[in-house]
Design a protein around this ligand. Structure first.
Ligand code: VG1
Ligand code: CO
Length: 540
């Protein structure tokens, strides 16, 4: 039987950069998750009837509970079949793949990605559309509008489903299919990459799954199918609270891996992924590769993998990501695209066949094989390149810079800033844009300054106010924007970049190379004055 439950709207259900993210306690309020899920279903509407819907999450605290709710609500929305990862688990890229393979109408991905998990931490819900990618802005805005007026949600009056039992059961008139979360994804990876070459290369690898979703995927693919030694995957068991850690693969939260890769007994290749498996950290023995550089180096060498042997159609990067990938596109004579932050802007370019590889400075890289960024994909493409060239990560990086020049790059995050202060900083900065060109700051001369607006070349849609960028003479740059994934206060992100040509000094310390840009950033935006912070909380 289908029951109607009365409810009232919550004012704060606006999806951010990547879905709705809130504290677990917020999601635990009566009707909170239901209101959002029902709003999604109301927006998708009749397309749900008889259709397939994929549901899975990164296994964090509340995952199973919300999946049970979503199943009952899908039955009430007359969905024909839901496909759920066993144990409620699906990495974000695996969910994207399942949506595409099953011809699903879309999917619910339950994750707060790199944010910590547990009863006092974060949870999230994201809706992906039929191409497997995050719902575009038009859809997320419609969902938000719906949350503001919702007055009822519907659910079948049925007991919980056993999420651990593979196979098919019925919930009201709907089929619930519990599938192995890894199998289809691992098969896709085997088509894209030369597993024989990787196996034969005799590389040593350390992969840190950060007690999050990639554990089972990495164990199956790296240890079982590619034959890397047992123990290659560390922290391989997904935990509801990620072992109390921040499942964010950066130099702060994956410090142990970094230290190991810089030590005497480092393996050839080190990598890590995040809570939901869509990010990657790449560190060769003695060589950290910035995500922006990784995108450029992967694009330059992708033809070495069977899935990309025919070449690339184009390269897309988010605006704050360094311009390193643009130089590769130029040499390959293919288009380069610059989109706002967040994977949802890449979907149209991939669907239109205008880009093949995409990436973000925040450790997200991916291709047209799915419509999400994909952590293990990046790891496997790197391994494929190392195996085919016989070179080390350090060698590949040095040769790349000697050809294209080097974009020294860092991101400074100021976390938990009072929202009013962060908004005041951005407002003042936006107000000063017109007066910036020609100004001398910290020995640099501002060439141009603007608030980035994206004009989607496929559908003509415009996304304005996507971050302030200040370009200096000589190709250095600073970008300012506020995070759209946090769950308390504001996070100011400051992206710093200096370009050094192939004949320049390619072996500098990044901090030293960026020092004058850091000083200029503070002078331009008044970071210390507005936030009261002398130092960023996280440097990546
Ligand atoms: C951050 C990153 C962005 C990424 C997003 C989702 O967004 O900067 O590049 O796409 O997280 O990644 P923001 O608005 O906080 O800067 V994930 O792995 O958290 O889904
Ligand atoms: Co993620």
């Amino acid at each position: 039987m289908i029951r109607t439950h009365q409810t009232t709207p919550f004012p704060d259900q606006k999806p951010g950069t990547s879905g709705l993210r809130k504290k677990v306690r917020v999601f635990q309020q009566p009707n909170y998750a239901e209101n959002f899920i029902q709003s999604v279903f109301d927006v998708v509407g009749a397309d749900l009837v008889g259709a397939t819907l994929v549901i899975g999450g990164d296994g964090r605290y509340l995952n199973r509970e919300v999946i049970q709710k979503a199943i009952r609500m899908a039955a009430a929305a007359k969905v024909g079949r839901v496909v759920v990862g066993q144990g409620g688990l699906l990495s974000t890229p695996a969910a994207s793949n399942l949506i595409r393979q099953r011809g699903a109408v879309g999917g619910l991905i339950l994750s707060a990605s790199h944010n910590p998990g547990g009863p006092d931490e974060d949870f999230g819900i994201k809706y992906n559309i039929a191409n497997g990618g995050p719902a575009p802005e038009g859809v997320t805005e419609a969902i938000f509008a719906r949350t503001q007026v919702i007055d009822r949600w519907l659910a079948s009056d049925t007991p919980d489903v056993d999420l651990d039992q593979l196979g098919e059961v019925a919930v009201a008139d709907m089929a619930v299919e519990i599938v192995d979360p890894v199998t289809d994804y691992a098969a896709l990876m085997e088509c894209l990459f030369d597993f024989d070459a990787i196996r034969a290369a005799g590389l040593t690898v350390s992969f840190d799954a950060m007690s999050a979703i990639t554990g089972p995927y990495a164990t199956e693919i790296l240890e079982r199918r590619l034959g890397f030694a047992p123990g290659t995957v560390v922290n391989g068991m997904p935990l509801e609270d990620f072992g109390g850690h921040h499942p964010d693969p950066n130099l702060v939260h994956a410090r142990e891996l970094y230290d190991r890769m810089m030590g005497d007994d480092a393996p050839d290749f080190g990598a890590a992924s995040d809570g939901d498996g869509d990010r990657n950290l790449i560190i060769g023995r003695g060589r950290f590769v910035t995500p922006s550089d990784s995108l450029a180096m992967l694009a330059a060498n992708a033809h070495l993998a069977p899935g990309y042997a025919g070449g690339l159609k184009g390269i897309a990067r988010s605006m704050p990501t360094s311009a390193a990938a643009d130089r590769v596109a130029e040499r390959l004579k293919i288009p380069a695209f610059e989109t706002p932050t967040g994977w949802k802007f890449f979907g149209n370019l991939l669907d239109a066949g205008m880009a093949t590889i995409c990436g973000e400075e925040s450790a997200g890289t991916g291709s047209d094989h799915v419509r999400e960024k994909d952590g293990l994909w990046a790891v496997l493409l790197w391994l494929n390149i190392l195996a085919k060239t016989g070179k080390s990560v350090d060698q590949i990086a040095r040769e790349h810079w000697a050809t294209y020049g080097r974009n020294y790059y860092a991101r400074h995050d100021y976390e938990g800033v009072e929202s009013e202060r962060a908004d005041a900083l951005m407002a003042e900065l936006r107000g000063s844009l017109a007066s910036l060109p020609g100004r001398q700051v910290a020995g640099l001369t501002v060439e141009t300054a603007d608030d980035f607006a994206y004009h989607d070349p496929t559908d003509g849609s415009v996304s304005a106010r996507q971050g302030v960028r200040v370009l200096f003479q000589g190709g250095s740059r600073v970008v300012f924007r506020l995070s759209g994934t946090g769950t308390s206060g504001a996070t100011l992100r400051v992206y710093l970049e200096r370009y050094e040509g192939p004949d320049g000094d390619l072996d500098r310390d990044t901090g030293a190379a960026l020092a004058d840009i850091v000083a200029a950033a503070d002078e331009i935006a008044g970071i210390v004055r507005h936030t009261g912070r002398k130092q960023p909380d996280v440097i990546t």
